[in-house]
Design a protein around this ligand. Structure first.
Ligand code: ADE
Length: 336
């Protein structure tokens, strides 16, 4: 049997039907991200009063913060059908052309991981977003000609974990707004845990809620994953879902008091032990851990930075004094 504890799924596709149950389907149930909710309320209400589809929107931020959930809520609020696709699923210009020409008036097109669209496909998106037209080139060489198709009015809602990878022309076409999802507070996560426990029909003690919240990376998807695993643990041990149960269940998953997983600790230990605390480049860390750079940068680093365990500097990543202390490592962070 593998000694590596299971980790939470990194996207909605992998997280199964339970997350569909836990996903809020009304704005009132969507906890946190107040600023985004307020702005969307204005945007959507104004568009509805003008009987016009809302303008295109982009959501960005670390995984698991609720970008897809917002897209679903927007579609529900506007009473429109949502077509879902993703950057990696659109391989050819023809794939996007086919999606666009199959839209009906007022549809929402949700493109997840939009940073993974290639440049040629992005260029088809520009006129579609700006003037609702699709430019198709027919033929090759001197006899090639462009025909323009009018598309039905639609709203593009896109999500990305990597805003910096989007070209400026693409970003500027999200005329409805570019919204950054923030990490949640412990109180917001606790509220999400209580709500999810109610939906799952499990009784949970206050101390257990707070302990799950504290160890959930300020991220609802992680909190829901932890809740479900703690519920399983309590069930098979015939114990109450209290603080002690949460501590044992999460320890078994390798999740420590700060919410770090084995993968997080490996990153810090690698920097400290192999590279004397840094600075060390992202590519070197990723190679040493056999992880993709994008995963280290998008999934692990934002939380480590947020906790003050890791710093990104122009010369590379460094482990901070707090990281040394948390891991019980000798030595101290280098001063730059
Ligand atoms: N589940 C996932 N994200 C949530 C949120 N923001 N509010 C309530 N439940 C959630």
């Amino acid at each position: 049997m593998s000694r590596t504890p299971p980790t939470e799924p990194q996207n909605d596709k992998d997280s199964g039907f339970l997350d569909q149950t836990l996903r809020p389907s009304r704005w009132d149930d969507y906890i946190g991200q107040k600023n985004i909710k307020d702005n969307l309320h204005v945007l959507l209400t104004a568009a509805r009063e003008r009987s016009h589809p809302p303008e295109h929107m982009l959501f960005y931020g670390p995984p698991g913060l609720g970008k897809t959930t917002l897209a679903h809520l927007i579609s529900k609020e506007t009473g429109s059908v949502m077509r879902v696709t993703s950057g990696p699923a659109i391989l050819k210009v023809g794939d996007l052309a086919s999606i666009l020409t199959n839209l009906s008036a007022g549809d929402i097109l949700f493109i997840d991981e939009i940073h993974r669209l290639n440049k040629a496909i992005e260029e088809v998106l520009y006129p579609a977003m700006e003037s609702g037209t699709l430019d198709i080139i027919i033929g090759k060489g001197p006899s090639a000609r462009t025909i323009q198709l009018d598309l039905p009015p639609f709203t593009l809602v896109a999500a990305t974990t990597r805003i910096a990878m989007l070209s400026a022309p693409l970003r500027s076409r999200f005329s409805g707004g570019v919204f950054k999802l923030e990490f949640y507070t412990d109180e917001e996560i606790a509220e999400i845990v209580r709500r999810s426990a109610k939906i799952l029909g499990v009784e949970i003690e206050g101390g257990a809620v707070d302990e799950i919240a504290k160890r959930s990376r300020f991220t609802p998807r992680t909190a829901n994953f932890h809740l479900k695993r703690c519920r399983d643990y309590a069930q098979i041990n015939k114990s109450a879902l209290d603080k002690a149960t949460v501590e044992k269940a999460l320890a078994m998953l390798g999740v420590d008091e700060l919410g770090l997983t084995p993968a997080d600790r490996d990153i810090l230990k690698t920097i400290i032990r192999k590279f004397s605390g840094g600075p060390v480049g992202l590519n070197t860390i990723s190679a040493a851990l056999s992880e993709e750079q994008a995963t280290v940068e998008e999934v692990y680093e934002p939380y480590l930075i947020r906790l003050g365990l890791l710093e990104r500097t122009p010369r590379g990543r460094i482990a901070t004094d707090k990281a040394y202390a948390h891991l019980g490592e000798k030595g101290a962070a280098k001063l730059l």
